[in-house]
Design a protein around this ligand. Structure first.
Ligand code: ADP
Ligand code: ZN
Length: 605
């Protein structure tokens, strides 16, 4: 079918649709209920039954009257309906035109016209049946609180401030607080980013507007951008409010510039509209835009500029403690058989995300129900675990026990080197929970902003970086590729120490840094110094790193008991914070039982 034919057909169908729709309207006498009225009735227990046809709902009230409404987010409403014991009947959504909501008709008309007049044939194959109700309806009540989000205490702390600013915008700005505009939640799928955004809205009791990045992309050129504008208009009108954009990478990926294909065109227009809207706020309109992504690396830098998504909160996969808390949240309403130990279950599912844990509890309950058991027992959990793990393995998310061990020793090596050497930044967190491409992480935060660094500080940084690889070597007698980033960083510091800071006695206080040549490896052919100097620098860098490597090896060999203890603690707990690190250190010095001491602290938490 040519484009023009498609367009004409659409116009014709739309016409039939309008007529059909009017007949349909006249047939159904149910009074239209606004979405917020519907929510209120639901809250007040005034609804006895609901008949669903896609998002279109016919509602029976306690007074036996019937109403109709459109439910934009069924997923959110369903649990609420269940909670209120509303009888639910359903009917397959008809794909004819009689079920169209009135607001879609203008879109159809425009699309039909667009197809006829547009020369841009690329977009002709768009999927227009995805079009949704034109005006944005917030989910006024999310009812969720931070208590529903478990195991992400770090992120939670940062988000409490946002709730404060939403609850009390005036007070917040009078006190000189800077009200955040955009918050980017980054983390793997299923870690509770959506849940957290809803909990923020729930805590602050503000309307929550939500849209998925991929929703935009399936639309025609121009529609995405106008939806963004609509969304912001609605959210501003009801400020303070929250806009949640899931999978922002779908529209916020780096702009290609130039040879854009049709769909890129659409994406760029949508992204531009988003940027324009974000910049065009009055200070008295508190609308916080929360976006989620698991690909922060591909986002267009324009999105991350000050005044846009300048607050970034990383949400990682939960550690043992986190998994235990998430299990608690989801097992709250489930009857457990005796002998089900949730802590043990939490230990047995490394790598599970919050969503997978929710799924696990659900599956286990289903298994039990299928066998007419009165409570969920360990066998049910085992079966459910196998089922879910299988799916994970196929996606290659499960980390082998051997990799976990190597990672634990690697990170422990970094952390112990940092702890034992003088003049280093304190270790704030060590983890073997994978994040992005890294299998683990040792975090150090300087006590104060440093403007100058001593030679010893820099040399120790190199040693800390070597510590990971050295620990692997001592314990497993082998080297892995996991240390390649460490080596790059160590080489960079060593090179700067010698060339830029003039801290090498053999070369002296001469700066050999050059804009282009300055970047390690000296790939630039134009070095601002002689070949002889270049060789000398290379040798100095190599010698310094080798010396650091040797000394770190001696340090860790001498303290290898400490290394083993910390690695063991990491394997059990997955994350070790500053306080726990102190406990491990203390136990090592005083030859105390670490597990006992750590448990004592964890019980206090
Ligand atoms: P994301 O947006 O990061 O992909 P979601 O918020 O959609 O993840 O999580 C899906 C579901 O998984 C949630 O509705 C909830 O049931 C469960 N879940 C995920 N993370 C958590 C958590 N930290 N605490 C409790 N439940 C969680
Ligand atoms: Zn490392």
């Amino acid at each position: 079918m040519t484009q023009i034919q498609t367009g004409l057909l659409m116009l014709l169908l739309t016409f039939i649709g309008v007529v059909g729709y009017n007949i349909y309207i006249n047939e159904t006498t149910a009074e239209e209920l606004s979405y917020s009225q519907f929510i209120k009735c639901l809250d007040d227990n005034k609804i006895t039954s609901i008949h669903l046809k896609g998002g279109n709902a016919t509602i029976e009230s306690v007074t036996n009257l019937s109403f109709s409404t459109y439910i934009p987010d069924l997923q959110t409403i369903l649990p609420l309906l269940k909670e209120k014991a509303v009888r639910i009947t359903t009917e397959e959504e008809s794909h004819g035109f009689s079920g169209l909501s009135s607001s879609m008709l203008p879109i159809m008309l425009i699309l039909g016209g667009y197809l006829i007049f547009s020369r841009n044939s690329q977009n002709g194959k768009g999927n227009f049946s995805k079009g949704k109700s034109g005006s944005f309806q917030p989910i006024t009540k999310t009812n969720l609180t931070f208590n529903d989000v478990a195991g992400i205490s770090e992120a939670r702390q940062e988000l409490i401030e946002i709730v404060e600013s939403l609850k009390n915008p005036e007070k917040f700005s009078i006190l000189g607080g800077y009200i955040p505009k955009g918050v980017l939640l980054e983390g793997p799928p299923g870690t509770g980013k959506t849940l957290l955004a809803k909990a923020i809205a729930g805590e602050a009791s503000v309307p929550f507007y939500s849209i998925g990045g991929s929703d935009f992309v399936e639309m025609f050129v121009g529609v995405g951008a106008s939806r963004v504008r609509e969304l912001f208009t609605a959210a501003k009108k009801n400020a303070p409010s929250i806009i949640f954009i899931d999978e922002i990478d779908a529209i916020g990926g780096k702009r290609s510039g130039g040879n854009a294909t049709g769909s890129n065109d659409e994406r760029e227009q949508t992204l531009n509209a988003l940027l324009v809207e974000m910049d065009g706020f009055d200070s008295d309109q508190t609308v916080i835009i929360i976006a989620a992504t698991n690909r922060p690396d591909i986002l267009d830098p324009a999105l991350l500029r000050p005044g846009r998504f300048d607050r970034q909160v990383t949400i990682s996969l939960p550690d043992v403690k986190g998994r235990r808390r998430i299990l608690d949240v989801h097992a709250k309403n489930i009857k457990m058989a005796q002998g089900v130990n949730l802590s043990e279950i939490a230990r047995s599912i490394p790598g599970f995300s919050g969503a997978e844990i929710a799924n696990l509890v659900n599956e286990a309950a289903l298994m039990a129900a299928r066998q007419n058991k009165t409570a969920v027992d360990l066998d049910d959990f085992e079966e459910a675990k196998d089922k879910i793990s299988l799916g994970l393995e196929r996606k290659n998310i499960v980390i082998s026990e051997k990799d976990r061990r190597v990672t634990a020793y690697h990170e422990a090596g970094h952390a112990i080197t940092a702890t034992l050497l003088p003049d280093t930044d304190p270790v704030t967190k060590i983890t073997i929970i994978p994040r992005g491409r890294a299998l683990g992480l040792t975090q150090q935060i300087p006590l104060d902003d440093k403007y100058t660094y001593s030679r010893e500080y820099l040399v120790n940084r190199i040693k800390i970086l070597m510590g990971g690889r050295v620990a692997e070597e001592i314990v497993f007698n082998h080297q892995t590729t996991g240390a390649s980033n460490d080596i790059v960083s160590a080489t960079e510091i060593a090179t700067r120490l010698i060339c830029e800071f003039g801290m090498s006695p053999n070369i002296g206080p001469v700066a050999y840094m050059h804009e282009e040549a300055g970047h390690l490896g000296g790939t630039s052919s134009q070095k601002p110094y002689s070949e002889k100097t270049a060789q000398l620098i290379d040798k100095e860098v190599k010698d310094l790193i080798e010396l650091c490597n040797q000394e770190t090896k001696e340090l860790l060999t001498k303290n290898n008991k400490f290394l083993h203890k910390l690695a063991e603690a990491l394997l059990v707990n997955e994350t070790v914070d500053a306080e726990e690190m102190d406990i491990v250190h203390h136990c090592y010095i005083n030859e105390k039982n670490i597990e006992k001491e750590l448990l004592k602290k964890q019980r206090e938490d």
